[in-house]
Design a protein around this ligand. Structure first.
Ligand code: NI
Length: 167
């Protein structure tokens, strides 16, 4: 287990398209585990490989409820339905929050770590998380989608206080 360094706002890697994974080898499995550990360390609901500096199409998600932990390789959105306006944040933008529009329902196809094809039908928060993380693989960050007037910028001081409050 290893916690990887996160990439933050202003890092060019966050704007690049990640490449398909052709072979799920031990290195990819290690990356997946590290991403899961890194996401958990920072209490994230999702993380995409570019956020730890790797331009490969792999995402992890955990909504901290049974059956909501996923590691997805080469995820593809095959259907979207409806819209939801939701409050959003991102581990790469720890100071920023805002309202964005996400699909209400989504169907994603991907490979799991065993190389098996999986299909996920998601709605609400899980649809939001999948949409957000797959955006990362295409070099799209949520700040580009924030509705005018809803951006909230939190000071480093407030973030520090919040973290101390949790200890
Ligand atoms: Ni993000």
């Amino acid at each position: 287990m290893a916690i990887r360094n996160l990439r933050y706002e202003g890092d060019e890697i966050l704007k690049k398209r990640a490449r398909e994974i052709e072979v799920i080898d031990d290195k990819i499995k290690e990356l997946a585990q590290d991403m899961m550990d890194t996401m958990h360390k920072w209490d994230g609901l999702g993380l995409a490989a570019p956020q730890v500096g790797i331009l490969k199409r792999i995402i992890v998600i955990d909504l901290y409820e049974e059956g909501t932990q996923f590691t997805l390789i080469n995820p593809v959105i095959i259907n979207e339905k409806g819209f939801q306006e939701v409050e959003e944040g991102c581990l790469s933008f720890p100071n920023k929050f805002g309202k964005v529009e996400r699909p209400k329902e989504i169907i994603v196809e991907a490979l799991n770590l065993d190389g098996k094809k999986v299909k996920i039908k998601a709605k609400d928060l899980l649809a939001q998380a999948l949409s957000h993380e797959i955006d990362h693989l295409n070099g799209i960050v949520f700040t580009e989608k924030i509705k005018p007037g809803t951006l909230e910028v939190v000071s480093d001081e407030d973030i520090r206080k919040a973290k101390e409050g949790k200890k």
